[in-house]
Design a protein around this ligand. Structure first.
Ligand code: SF4
Length: 342
């Protein structure tokens, strides 16, 4: 019989576990401590629970941590790990060291149904939602776990299309009974799912990143089908009305495609639609995927684009391309692995 996994459960879920096996409520906090503060691998190690209690727990539950199956390392130190999820699927988790900073890029789904045409993960289609166990295991079982300073939910999948498991993970990461991380060190990225953004803003205190890629409706629709039902205008409307505190940040991701969305017309329109929103734009260089006709503009064009936006008062940065020599485009490595096992 498959045992339920304890790792990835919120405090409320652990309270339900303790009730189910007849333990007092405070035992849930003790179990959370073992799971998220002490680095145990087995129920046997929960030594402040009686031997009998541990046996009762171990009858129906296991910790549920597992190591990545494989990894590739870039010459720049970036590492891409492959974790097996949902029995036979693969997801990617990226570790990006950068001086004092070390960021993990976490996946929230195997594949994705959003169909952005520049994305390899989108080509896989949705293969399944990850549980909070599978989301957080990427973090906890990362060999560089202890170095991490930042977490971004920008790996495979659309986090807000799996919002309940993502919110549970954020709960565990940021609560005092969990990892106690500051929400200002965690960013969740979305294509712009309206109901998901509302729920995320209300229920979490983490940063929000919205994939924009074009300020023009028709052009964005061609790149990202989600624009048909969840327009950027609606997304901006929610952001304008939400009361962000000084700690919480909203940013817009903008992949530059040569000759397509890198013109003065785009700069002007970006400045117009983002007027009045305290935000930043992150310019991302396009990582080619097989069969795509898109290209990245040269560095000069990219820098000019950034400076023109800064001159219009929109704080704009260029995200450094990392791991280019190890299938940097999200979804490439897992697609190769999936093909191997089929
Ligand atoms: S870019 Fe993100 S939302 Fe779009 S298909 Fe890829 S994984 Fe999904």
């Amino acid at each position: 019989m498959l045992k339920e996994k304890l790792y990835g459960k919120t405090l409320n879920e652990l309270i339900a576990v303790t009730k189910r096996i007849g333990l007092p409520g405070f035992a849930a906090k003790q179990i959370a401590d073992w799971l998220y503060k002490k680095e145990i691998q087995s129920i046997e190690e929960m030594t402040n629970l009686s031997k009998k209690t541990r046996e009762r727990l171990a009858n129906d539950y296991e910790i549920g941590l597992y190591a990545p199956e494989n990894f590739s390392e870039s010459t720049d130190g970036t590492k891409k790990y492959l974790y097996k999820v949902l029995n036979d699927k693969y997801i990617e988790t990226t570790y990006i060291p950068d001086n004092e900073r070390a960021t993990i890029c976490i996946s929230s789904q195997a594949g994705c149904k959003m169909g952005c045409i520049f994305c390899m993960t989108g080509k896989q289609g949705l293969q399944g939602n990850l549980s909070s166990n599978e989301i957080l295991n990427q973090f906890r079982s990362l060999p560089e776990f202890r170095n991490l300073t930042n977490i971004v939910f920008m790996g495979m999948g659309e986090p807000l299309d799996n919002i309940s498991e993502v919110l549970k993970s954020l709960d565990i990461l940021t609560n005092e009974w969990g990892y106690g991380w500051s929400p200002t060190r965690i960013t969740v990225s979305t294509v712009g799912l309206i109901t998901g953004i509302k729920e995320f803003l209300e229920k979490s205190r983490c940063h929000l990143a919205v994939s924009l890629h074009s300020p023009f409706d028709e052009e964005r629709r061609k790149l990202m089908p989600i624009q048909r039902t969840n327009t950027v205008e609606e997304v901006l409307d929610i952001i304008r009305k939400f009361d962000f505190n000084s700690q919480r940040r909203v940013s817009f991701e903008y992949i530059l495609f040569k000759g397509m969305n890198d013109t003065p017309r785009h700069i002007k329109e970006l400045a117009r639609i983002l007027n009045g929103i305290k935000c930043r734009i992150n310019i991302i260089r396009f990582h080619p995927i097989p069969g795509s006709q898109f290209q990245s503009p040269n560095l000069g064009t990219t820098i000019n684009f950034k400076e023109a936006l800064n001159a219009k008062g929109i704080l704009t940065t260029i995200r450094a391309s990392r791991g280019v020599d190890i299938q940097a485009a999200c979804g490439l490595l897992s697609t190769l692995e999936q093909n191997k096992s089929e």
